[in-house]
Design a protein around this ligand. Structure first.
Ligand SMILES: NC(=O)C1=CN([C@@H]2O[C@H](COP(=O)(O)OP(=O)(O)OC[C@H]3O[C@@H](n4cnc5c(N)ncnc54)[C@H](OP(=O)(O)O)[C@@H]3O)[C@@H](O)[C@H]2O)C=CC1
Ligand SMILES: O=C[C@@H](O)CO
Length: 298
């Protein structure tokens, strides 16, 4: 982790680019509220916004960025290729750039390893898969449209397939996956670290109506630190080496979640949270036409 001029904590990717340790998530942020949320986040110090074509709010995210007055080059923007666009990567990135009103994104992710047919979302292409999609995503590097490329929702099985394919010339810079103390995925985390693939933790608070907020271990650590359970959850991710992207459209919560500097968790506190017995997952692969997760750590 290194420091830069805009955010106190960052992680350095294989390209040398520095991704901030905390960004604003925007999944399920309504079109009518996300611009203000983004603008507010940037005003309180965030320099990283996570969105996706599938969220249907890239246009409003772009409006919030411009309204903030913060120069574009000071902001890390991640967006994602939607599943039904796997055969249309060039069109997908152009659509996202147009929506966002920007010339480039800092990180472009394959949202899911599912090449879904746009004419029937219940079906997977029979002549195309995520390896083909990655081959096309790699072509974006050097176009000036993407500074880094990566994947999301990849477990070890699919990462192995991708990394071992001869068409893979560029390793994903990032794997964005669900990470919170009830879904800590230690094997997948260790695998990505070994391969030099940085992790972004999504649903880092446990998402809407998080069951984590009733966890006695979390609550006692939060009380002892004089921090909120949400701040502790975010610090847990950062201490473990991944960036976190809490979603909020509430101004106080956006500001409170950003309180990651000047304090930390002890190794023992991190370990206690990593050892919680309960398990739950926010995002499954049930809705996809292909199985994506194959084991406890995926
Ligand atoms: N790659 C992928 O497939 C996925 C990526 N993501 C990304 O990760 C981001 C975060 O994940 P997400 O699932 O949204 O869930 P989070 O874990 O970020 O939780 C968001 C929920 O917590 C509430 N919340 C936020 N801060 C606080 C707080 N301080 N106190 C109490 N409640 C709070 C929010 O409500 P409110 O807005 O009212 O504050 C919202 O209901 C997404 O927004 C998206 O950008 C998420 C899922 C899948
Ligand atoms: O990003 C959010 C989606 O992947 C949820 O299924």
């Amino acid at each position: 982790m290194a420091d830069n001029q805009y955010t106190k904590k960052t992680y350095t990717l294989a390209s040398g680019d520095k991704i901030p340790a905390i960004g604003l998530g925007t999944w399920q942020s309504g079109k009518n509220e996300v611009s203000e949320a983004v603008k507010h986040a940037l005003s309180v110090g965030y320099r990283y916004i996570d969105t996706a074509l599938a969220y249907g709010n890239e246009h409003e995210v772009g409006e919030g960025i411009r309204a903030s007055g913060v120069p574009r080059e000071q902001i890390w923007v991640t967006t994602k290729l939607d599943n039904p666009w796997h055969k249309r990567v060039a069109e997908g990135i152009d659509t996202s750039l147009k929506n966002l009103g920007t010339d480039y994104v800092d990180l472009y992710l394959m949202h899911w390893p599912s090449s879904t047919r746009p004419d029937d979302l219940s079906k997977h292409y029979d002549d195309w898969n995520f390896i083909d999609t990655w081959r096309e995503i790699q072509k974006l590097v050097g176009t000036g449209k993407v500074r880094n490329i990566g994947v999301s929702n990849f477990g070890i099985t699919n990462l192995e397939k991708l990394l071992n394919d001869p068409s893979t010339k560029i390793k994903p810079a990032v794997n964005q996956i669900e990470l919170h103390p009830n879904n800590p995925s230690p094997k997948l985390v260790a695998y990505c670290k070994e391969k030099g693939i940085h992790l972004t933790g999504y649903s880092c608070l446990g998402s809407t109506n998080s069951p984590l907020y009733k966890d006695e271990t979390l609550l006692s650590i939060a009380q002892a630190k004089g921090k909120t359970p949400q701040q502790v959850l975010l610090q847990w991710g950062i201490r473990n080496g991944w960036d976190v992207i809490p979603k909020s459209v509430n101004k106080d919560r956006i500001a409170g979640n950003f309180d990651i500097d000047g304090w930390s968790l002890t190794d023992e506190e991190v370990q206690k949270l990593s050892s919680l017995p309960d398990r739950f997952k926010v995002c499954s692969d049930d809705w996809l036409p292909v199985k994506v997760f194959f084991g406890d750590d995926e």
